[in-house]
Design a protein around this ligand. Sequence first.
Ligand SMILES: Cc1ncc(COP(=O)(O)O)c(C=O)c1O
Length: 370
Amino acid sequence: MRSVPFFNYPALFTSQETEFQRIFSDVGRRGAFIKQKDLEDFEKCLASFLGIRHALGVGNATDALEVALLAAGVKAGDEVILSSHTMLATAIAIHFAGAKPIPVECGPDHLIDPTAVEAAVTPHTRAIMPTQLNGRTCDMGALGRIADKHGLIIVEDAAQALGSRYKGHCSGTFGAAAAISFYPAKVLGCLGDGGAVVTNDTGIYGHASELCNFGRNAAGDVVQWGFNSRLDNLHAAMLHFQLDKYAQVMCRRRQLAAHYTERLNDVAQVVLPPAPDSDPDHFDIYQNYEIEAEKRDELKQHLKDRGIGTLIQWGGQAVHHLKALGFTQHLPYTDYLFTRMLMLPINMSLSDDDVDYVCTNVRAFYGYTQ
Ligand SMILES: Cc1ncc(COP(=O)(O)O)c(C=O)c1O
């Protein structure tokens, strides 16, 4: 039986082993571990890739989100609106920045619903934190108008969306600041934790740099309370190597998504993500391929029995489901979506034959002959 794991972690290393070993020796022999030139070079390259002024490497995207909020001026007593269909990390960052996370509904595109955002605005609302989920950018036009109307800032959770674009602009460049994740399974992943804060605002960049480096400014003077969250120099060097060939990676993922569309488009029991280029406003990078499926749990088991790994995002729990954290919202559309959504494998280890195998088995489950 063919095996199609949801994500092939060893392959992240073995597919680039020679280059990684070379980088490891080079960085190691220079003893260049913390805040060295490789990090600086990667930050410049990342900023230039996004078309943004500043990028700051930090320990992970959860830290990046918290730092971005703090540096953008979010404070205790503020409310921050987020989609309930996001990683818990988005809510955690808001909480530890001192503010109150307000989860709202997502729409049929699985991204935050601008109408729900507008309805959730109160006199305490300070920010909107849209998650650019699954490698697709939210409707930033609508969110921008709501932010302008109510005097709110936008801090993007672009952890899943490095390189995705809306109307030609990259995720991460729309608001006051944004966070990117380099968790291993991300489209640009390192061999551990890593993240970045990106911003066009030099003041926010300076504040964020100090926060992440024990509150020290560029001269080394302690100017505020801070903590320690830095992207390792070794990881930065490995990420830089991968960023240089990122265009090919995005292209391959889009090919895989197109292949899924071609093979599954006629299956009435599933709803697929939009195909690449089906909407001129969006350029998607397919961090995930999240479908909706009738009899979702049975389909998942059927695929598992045939060696195919799938995943239900966030372990099947939306943010508002986390009652232990005090959430009381009633979000029926998100509840409905969470009974149907399933991520099929999409990653650089996947061959066209693997996609065919997955699709053949999805089709067979619903009684479609080839
Ligand atoms: C939408 C979203 N936000 C935040 C995070 C947190 O990223 P990190 O693991 O780098 O802290 C993730 C990671 O999975 C994510 O998918």
